[in-house]
Design a protein around this ligand. Structure first.
Ligand SMILES: Nc1ncnc2c1ncn2[C@@H]1O[C@H](COP(=O)(O)OP(=O)(O)OP(=O)(O)O)[C@@H](O)[C@H]1O
Ligand SMILES: [Mg+2]
Length: 365
């Protein structure tokens, strides 16, 4: 999998920027605020349908402009997929795959996978459990369209049950109006749990291998998937009934896949509570590498690697490790404020397989 080129129009600080990428290492460099992360954001948005920096697409429209448009050409086994997206200030938006309009962003997920390593992603190790759930939900959706559909289904029923709970709490409905949602919820929950178990096992295998390969005796990273209510459908239905009064009081369903947790242990201690900054950074690299291997296995394609400013935040030994992981035949797009950061690791940006792009910061910045 690779991206051949992209065009950014009125996107963040870029007026009109066409870029052609090489198959190997692409280095985007320039001062702070020159628009490096914005380029990765555009690629990520074309891959995942949404940005990693904002949930409001309109924020990506260049100030004082009416719209943004981004167009990318992805290549897989010699055939090209054109993905174009535009967003207007008035809320209208359009996404096309090979000139055919799509509804929502589901059709994009998993088609042109990317793995992003950026400071924003650090919330996977540092954030609340919901951040890790979101990370794995996204990853499993990239790997399996069935998972994405099952999750959407489950969330829809969960929302409906929660609305019924609110209606009961407020006295608009009798408690029995909740019951019709229990069976479909349990059915959909069961499906999610089965798929999570399966995907988690595969992901965790990759994580173990990645940590082994690091071969650093001071580093032990273990992942855990904790499903609090992984039980038979009947048991889950039972627990829904038992917690009904509490659920009504809180106006939300308190057991189910929406409560599952994923944890990481660094040298046997909970990373989130006890990890040092360096440990968090290293753990994220390992987690992302396992993500890369997982997608490679399940999607049968090599994701594009997006590295946002990672070298600047690591000591030389650790960045040497990151660079050594960039296997041949993997397209990587890396941003840095200084080309030397990359060149000091023996990377020759003039090699025909590589490319470098310098971004000038506008004077007004
Ligand atoms: N909607 C927008 N319209 C115009 N400019 C924007 C918009 N959103 C962000 N910017 C500006 O675009 C510039 C580039 O941001 P970006 O994060 O891509 O820079 P960067 O090169 O990654 O910087 P750094 O090295 O500090 O990470 C910033 O100055 C930012 O304030
Ligand atoms: Mg940046």
């Amino acid at each position: 999998m690779s991206i051949r080129g992209i065009e950014l129009i009125s996107f963040r600080n870029h007026d009109n920027l066409p870029i052609e990428f090489s198959h190997g290492l692409n280095v985007i460099w320039g001062e702070n605020g020159s628009g490096k992360t914005s380029i990765l954001e555009a690629i990520y948005t074309l891959s995942m349908g949404r940005s990693f920096r904002t949930s409001n697409r309109r924020h990506m429209i260049q100030k004082e402009k009416d719209f943004f448009r981004i167009v990318g050409n992805f290549e897989f086994h010699g055939s090209t997929t054109n993905v174009a997206m535009s967003q207007l200030q008035d809320g209208r938006k359009k996404t096309t795959i090979n000139d055919e309009a799509i509804k929502g962003f589901k059709p994009l997920i998993g088609k042109n996978p990317v793995v992003l390593l950026s400071p924003e992603e650090q919330c996977i190790t540092k954030g609340v459990p919901a951040e890790r759930r979101r990370f794995f939900d996204k990853l499993f959706s990239v790997a399996s369209y069935d998972y994405l559909l099952a999750l959407t289904d489950f969330n829809r029923v969960l929302k409906q049950r929660n609305m019924a709970l609110s209606a009961v709490k407020e006295g608009h409905r009798p408690p029995s109006s909740i019951h019709p949602w229990n069976e479909p919820l349990a059915e959909k929950a069961q499906k999610i749990w089965e798929m999570r178990e399966n995907f988690w096992k595969r992901y965790n295998n990759h994580l173990k291998k990645v940590v082994e390969k690091l071969n650093d005796s001071g580093v032990e990273l273990n992942g855990r998937y904790i499903s609090r209510t992984l039980v038979t459908k009947e048991e889950f239905l039972d627990s829904l009934e038992k917690s009904e009064r509490r659920d009504i009081l809180l106006q939300r369903t308190t057991s189910g896949p929406q409560k599952d947790e994923y944890d990481f242990l660094f040298n046997k201690e909970d990373l989130r509570q006890f990890g040092s900054q360096g440990e968090h950074k290293l753990a994220l690299i390992l987690i992302k590498l396992a993500e890369f291997k997982f997608i490679q296995e399940l999607n049968d394609t090599t994701p594009i690697i997006l590295l946002d400013d990672v070298l600047a935040k690591l000591d030389f030994q650790r960045s040497e490790y990151v660079m050594s992981l960039l296997e041949k035949n993997v397209q990587t797009i890396i941003t840095t404020t200084n080309l030397v950061n990359v060149e000091s690791h023996g990377i020759d940006v003039k090699n025909t397989n590589n490319m470098s792009l310098y971004l000038e910061r506008a004077c007004s910045n």
